[in-house]
Design a protein around this ligand. Structure first.
Ligand code: GDP
Length: 290
């Protein structure tokens, strides 16, 4: 009888699938293979498999995905936690907005911003990166080193399928290790983590974590917006949708007169940093299109 499982990782054309009672090593059934190559299956995919021994099986069918993140390629996530550091490296608004845009593009509904290294924060911790809170994203302020804020992060991760994205060195692996030392993820310089040279990327893997899964993503920190047209960027800034009544429709919120978004920035209802990040990304996409 077929049973249901979730792909944890794909390694040497073998699919490691978490079934109810064990991780089963699977191959694809011939006719499934025709429609979709092994490379098409990604961690997070839900499949129906037939067991051929207690440890081995054959994949019969692949369920439709609810979402797909492109880098790393992981399917059926329930949330994305974008992790940045309060300092070292400093959180650049353009970098934060770029990760937010990629998260919005994936189709994953729950997007959380996690600011790590709050022990290095100078100024009022409660208001650090508050402009993203105002934009509607939950912001967690934590320190892997000091253990602050970890209880809330733990609560957010329990039972979910989460990918932690964000710039390298933000402390993603440190946070996961602090929450579950048995993960024993390598921390420190990216070059050491990837290990086999600059051009090798490690494959993504779902790691069982507090009743759900997490994906650690070394080697996926250079993020390009490849699939997005300039006219679609505004949909990846959901906070802009609150400001309606632009004279032109559609409005790119850049050069047009009587633009409600620009008026909101002038009135300080919308963060100028966030708007500037939008314009920088828009210009980048327009240049790419040419
Ligand atoms: P990743 O690339 O995002 O996975 O980052 P790592 O977890 O490898 O951490 C990068 C560096 O930041 C390491 O040297 C960590 O020791 C350091 N680090 C991680 N979390 C904290 C923190 O909360 N405070 C401080 N001061 N340093 C941290």
């Amino acid at each position: 009888m077929a049973e249901r499982g979730r792909i944890l990782k794909v390694y040497n054309n073998v699919l490691h699938v978490a079934a109810e009672d064990a991780v089963i090593l699977c191959k694809l059934r011939g006719r499934v293979k025709k429609g979709r190559s092994d490379m098409g299956l990604v961690p997070g995919d839900l499949v129906a498999l037939e067991r051929i021994s207690p440890e081995e099986g054959v994949i019969e069918r692949i369920e439709e995905r609810t979402n797909l993140l492109q880098r790393p390629r992981v399917a059926n996530l329930t949330q994305i936690v974008i992790t940045v550091a309060a300092a070292s490296p400093d959180p650049h608004p353009l970098v934060v907005s770029r990760f937010l845009v990629l998260a919005e593009l994936s189709g994953v509904k729950k997007i959380i911003l996690c600011v790590n290294k709050m022990d290095l924060c100078t100024g009022d911790p409660a208001t650090f990166l508050a402009e993203y809170e105002a934009a509607g994203y939950p912001v967690l302020r934590v320190s892997a080193e000091q253990g602050t804020g970890l209880a809330e992060l733990r609560e957010r991760l329990a039972g979910e399928i989460t990918v932690l994205t964000g710039p390298s060195g933000a402390g993603k692996s440190s946070l996961l290790n602090a929450l579950d030392p048995s993960l024993a993820l390598v921390t420190g310089a990216v070059s050491e983590k990837i290990g086999r040279g600059r051009h090798t990327t490690r494959r993504a893997e779902l790691l069982p974590f507090m009743g759900g899964y997490v994906v650690d993503t070394p080697g996926f920190t250079q993020q390009e917006l490849t699939e997005l047209g300039p006219e679609d960027l505004t949909h990846c800034f959901p906070d802009f949708a609150h400001y309606t009544g632009c004279r032109f429709s559609p409005c790119s919120h850049s050069h047009e007169p009587d633009c409600a978004v620009k008026a909101a920035v002038e009135a300080e209802a919308l963060s100028r940093e966030r708007y500037d990040a939008y314009i920088a990304l828009l210009n980048e996409l327009r240049t790419k299109k040419k």
